[in-house]
Design a protein around this ligand. Structure first.
Ligand code: IPD
Ligand code: CA
Ligand code: CA
Length: 265
């Protein structure tokens, strides 16, 4: 394993263990509302602290972009961290959440970890070296038609400016695919797409920490990831479409007629 991936895995496991222990006691957690339907708990913050500590102990000069504490440092190496992706699930006792850590070097994603502590699923990738679920190589699915495909997505729930376009895309795909899923943790949705569990995934309005690790997992598993217009702006815009190459192309084709100008970026 690449030494930088090794450190990221150590950080993700430490945070995952902390989250897993805390899941026994969710009724007693201190929870704060960041904005409408956007919650953060002491567990998110503690998990983030342990991740940053672990990464900076190994690489003191590296920079950080983390959901709860923001940006720190200035380096060609930037760790992009979601300490607990799927907080709403976590706070409701629904076992679908993960730790997501990615490394960008000069703007290029090079290492990725998504760790699901309840299933002990560790998804990892190093640029150019493939993607793995635990110790097994992962590949995207081989399905070629939307009618056979299971598509993951995330509903808008904090900001609703893209609601109409989203609903039009959703309605369209609902009728064309074998089914749609909204489990509630974008990093895991992407990891599951990389593992071939879903054939494709799309969502609007995500943040870099939700998707950075998942993007590398997908490409290293042989899939394609883009924004909703098919360009590579997904980390900036947060609008994302992913899947095996055939399903990714078919998703883009179905999405195109519904795109408003802001969703094309
Ligand atoms: C959320 C999850 C969810 C997605 C949201 C994200 P959080 O992350 O990934 O699936 O639909 O947009 O914000 O807030 O639980 O880290
Ligand atoms: Ca998140
Ligand atoms: Ca989070």
């Amino acid at each position: 394993m690449h030494p930088m991936l090794n450190i990221a895995v150590k950080a993700a496991r430490r945070a995952g263990n902390l989250i897993h222990r805390a899941s026994d006691n969710i009724d007693h957690l201190t929870i704060t509302k960041k904005s409408h339907a956007d919650f953060v708990s002491e567990v998110d913050r503690a998990a983030e602290r342990i991740i940053i500590e672990t990464l900076l102990e190994a690489y003191p000069g590296h920079a950080i972009l983390a959901e709860e504490s923001g940006a720190q440092g200035d380096s060609e190496f930037v760790w992009i961290i979601d300490p607990l992706d799927g907080t709403t699930n976590f706070l409701h006792g629904i076992p679908q959440y993960a730790v997501s850590i990615a490394l960008q070097q000069n703007g290029v994603l090079t290492q990725a970890v998504v760790y699901d502590p309840t299933k002990n699923d560790l998804f990892t990738a190093t640029r150019g070296r493939g993607a793995f679920l635990n110790d097994k190589r992962m590949r995207v699915s081989k399905r070629r038609e939307l009618t056979d495909s299971l598509i993951g997505t995330g509903f808008p729930y904090t900001r609703f400016e893209h609601m109409d376009a989203y609903m039009a895309i959703f309605q369209d795909l609902m009728q064309k695919t074998a089914g749609m899923r909204r489990p509630g943790a974008a990093s895991l949705d992407l990891a599951w797409t990389a593992a071939g569990r879903y054939d494709g995934f799309f969502e609007t309005g995500l943040k870099p920490w939700d998707i950075a690790a998942g993007c590398l997992l997908i490409t290293e598993a042989g899939g394609i990831v883009s924004d909703l217009a098919g360009n590579s702006n997904q980390l900036k815009s947060g609008h994302i479409c992913a899947g095996n190459p055939d399903i990714h192309a078919l998703l883009l084709k179905s999405i195109a007629p519904h795109l408003t100008d802001p969703l094309k970026k």
